[in-house]
Design a protein around this ligand. Structure first.
Ligand SMILES: C[S@@+](CC[C@H](N)C(=O)[O-])C[C@H]1O[C@@H](n2cnc3c(N)ncnc32)[C@H](O)[C@@H]1O
Length: 274
């Protein structure tokens, strides 16, 4: 087997492991915290009624639904079937039409230049083959179209949070961190071949919980990567993982009334397809 084929196989294996990880929780229970990013992305990319919009790694449809409320023609893909089912239920409950499909961000099932706008909130960033995932975003976006991304930054809550997980469940060797999408330099590198301009800006997004302990409870119960990190930690270290995560939430907590208002800083990037 040549080394290219080996690498290809590794990406497939990592993708399957990651899919199982995301399927092990229920990200819908956390997605409410991302609505603020979905609104900001749509404000930045500004899809107008009738424009075609794709939400990549859509989970239960957070950004797709915001675009659909603008009377856009929307599709959303995610590789976890249960989240796509939930996205369909949410669209139906609101009387919105969205084409939700179970697909991999690294192999989008759409023709070249199919969309005016491509969005992703903490979604495409998790694909192990970042070069392929970035090229897929570019391929399906029409010339002059917009790609708007909300990405986890190495600094602040996201970096702290994901780095804490890595101490318990190290990432597969050779796979780049999702935090790479959260620096303007790396992002420009990932999209370099297909854009005529890019602007990016760190933005705050507040997450609201009943308390820091409640935040830890929500992630321990519903966030696939936390569930997997706890399994990897084993019984002896699970309490330490919870304490470490509590310390991360506490570091970014702005509330002084016993509840938690956790400030996450993410990178909002808007690229124009060449
Ligand atoms: C942090 S959640 C964000 C979900 C959604 N964008 C939101 O903001 O509510 C990450 C999502 O990306 C999805 N995902 C990760 N890697 C993916 C891939 N390679 N292809 C499709 N979906 C992927 C996961 O299943 C999960 O739903």
């Amino acid at each position: 087997m040549d080394s290219e084929a080996e690498t290809q196989m590794d990406y497939q294996a990592v993708t399957e492991t990651q899919r199982a990880t995301w399927a092990s929780g229920d990200f819908h229970e956390i997605a409410r915290q991302n609505v603020v990013m979905a609104e900001a992305l749509c404000e930045a990319a500004d899809p107008h009624a009738g424009e075609s919009v794709l939400d990549v790694g859509c989970g239960s449809g957070t950004a797709a639904l915001v675009a659909a409320r603008r009377y856009c023609e929307v599709a959303g893909i995610d590789y976890v079937p249960a989240l796509i089912d939930r996205a369909k239920q949410r669209a139906a409950a609101e009387g919105l039409e969205v084409e939700f499909r179970v697909e991999d961000a690294q192999a989008l099932p759409f023709a070249d230049a199919s969309f005016d706008v491509v969005l992703s909130i903490y979604g495409v960033q998790f694909a192990p083959d970042q070069t392929k995932a970035a090229s897929e975003l570019l391929r399906v976006c029409r010339p002059g179209g917009r790609i708007a991304l909300a990405s986890p930054m190495p600094e602040g809550w996201s970096g702290d949070f994901f780095t804490t997980h890595s101490r318990y469940l190290p990432p597969p060797p050779g796979v780049e961190s999702p935090l790479r999408w959260g620096t303007e330099e790396s992002l420009a590198e990932l999209l370099a071949d297909g854009i005529r301009s890019i602007v990016s800006d760190p933005r705050p997004a507040l997450q609201y919980y009943r308390s820091v302990d409640h935040a830890v409870e929500i992630f321990s119960r519903y966030f696939g990567p936390t569930i997997r990190a706890a399994e990897a930690a084993g019984t002896d270290s699970q309490q330490r993982l919870r304490e470490d995560l509590g310390a991360v939430f506490a570091r970014y907590n702005r509330a002084t009334d016993g509840t938690a208002v956790v400030e996450n800083t993410y990178l909002l990037a808007l690229a124009t397809r060449s």
